[in-house]
Design a protein around this ligand. Structure first.
Ligand SMILES: *[C@@H]1O[C@H](CO)[C@@H](O)[C@H](O)[C@H]1NC(C)=O
Ligand SMILES: *[C@@H]1O[C@H](CO)[C@@H](O)[C@H](O)[C@H]1NC(C)=O
Ligand SMILES: *[C@@H]1O[C@H](CO)[C@@H](O)[C@H](O)[C@H]1NC(C)=O
Length: 307
């Protein structure tokens, strides 16, 4: 009996350990998305958190959050006619930042090039390879580490990546592999294992991840499990949760957001920054509309009853 009890307790230990989010991690960074209220930027500027790095899908840094976090420039897409005005002069932009005294160690190439909707940059693998050789590979001269294109966490993404390497024909130096994951924890761990087995020579960055559209408890459990897992894998050197925005504008469901609709840290937000959690519950735009509707109804009812 006693032995059984002890082994039952021991069996619980890994799952207890798995759920702890350390208050800080050298791997932890920010995937910056411009919010509707500039006040939110103060939350991320590094003065009160232990985040170490950030990216913003652009070649140029975001001044408002730039005090302490190391900036990682990105060449978002291949087409110079897209929003990324720096696409034709990525090298010059990054070199300019370094020349002005900024510490830059890494750059990121193409965001979700295998996707043509939802933020994907929609680039053909062979076009991406020639753009890479032209615009990203020269950055090796500046002693930078280059992040491979960050494909979607899907078979289509991995297929794209293989075609990209084939088209590169040895001409693309990718020092690390950024990946994205949206789904449950088991799926994430298995996807990471698959990528790690395929690209064993590269360290991995998880630059977007989450379990969209879940209830608060499921979201928090996924958050804790995935973050402690990423912290434990030696081949993962950086990660950034999606996302650093308010719950009512979240495109991955309100419960994945690090901020409530009022801009306060959710519990996840607090765990991520290593601050005390205050139990702030995120709500969605729909919740807000229902609440606003009720307020109007109640005010109108009060008004008419007194009028
Ligand atoms: C998540 O981790 C935090 C910080 O370690 C902890 O306080 C919280 O209880 C955990 N929540 C879940 C659902 O595991
Ligand atoms: C890692 O492996 C991939 C595929 O096997 C290859 O294309 C790439 O150049 C390698 N990267 C490094 C840094 O050796
Ligand atoms: C990742 O790949 C390395 C080999 O480069 C291997 O030692 C390690 O066990 C792999 N990790 C996982 C979780 O598969």
């Amino acid at each position: 009996m006693r032995v059984n009890r002890i082994s039952a307790i021991l069996a619980l230990v890994p799952s207890i350990l798995a759920d702890i989010v350390e208050p800080s991690s050298p791997k932890r960074g920010l995937c910056y998305v411009e919010g509707e209220d500039p006040a939110d930027d103060k939350t991320w500027d590094g003065s009160e958190s232990d985040l170490t790095w950030y990216y913003n899908y652009q070649a140029m840094p975001t001044d408002a959050i730039d005090s302490k976090l190391q900036f990682v420039p990105m060449l978002w897409g291949a087409d110079s006619s897209n929003d990324n005005a720096d696409a034709t002069s990525f090298y010059d932009t990054v070199k300019g930042l370094i020349d002005s005294g900024r510490e830059i160690q890494y750059v990121l190439g193409f965001n979700e090039p295998d996707g043509c909707t939802d933020g994907g940059s929609c680039v053909d693998p062979s076009v991406a390879a020639s753009e890479w050789i032209d615009k990203i590979e020269p950055l090796k001269n500046l002693d930078l580490q280059l992040g491979a294109p960050a494909v979607t966490g899907s078979p289509r993404g991995l297929q794209w990546l293989q075609e990209f390497y084939t088209a590169c024909d040895g001409g693309c130096t990718t020092d690390f592999l950024p990946i994205h994951w949206y789904g449950n924890f088991e799926g994430m761990a298995s996807f990471m294992g698959q990528v790690n087995a395929t690209y064993q020579n590269m360290t991995m960055w998880m630059t977007e991840f989450g379990f969209p559209g879940q209830d608060l408890e499921t979201s928090q459990t996924f958050f804790n499990q995935s973050i402690s897992y990423l912290d434990r894998q030696d081949y993962v050197t950086h990660y950034s949760w999606f996302g650093a925005f308010r719950s009512d504008v979240s495109n991955v469901g309100p419960n994945s957001a690090l901020l409530t609709e009022k801009g306060e840290l959710t519990d996840m937000g607090a765990y991520y920054l290593g601050e005390p959690a205050e139990g702030n519950i995120p709500s969605s735009a729909t919740d807000r509309a229902i609440f606003a509707g009720w307020s109007i109804f109640v005010s109108a009812a009060l008004f008419w009853s007194f009028a």
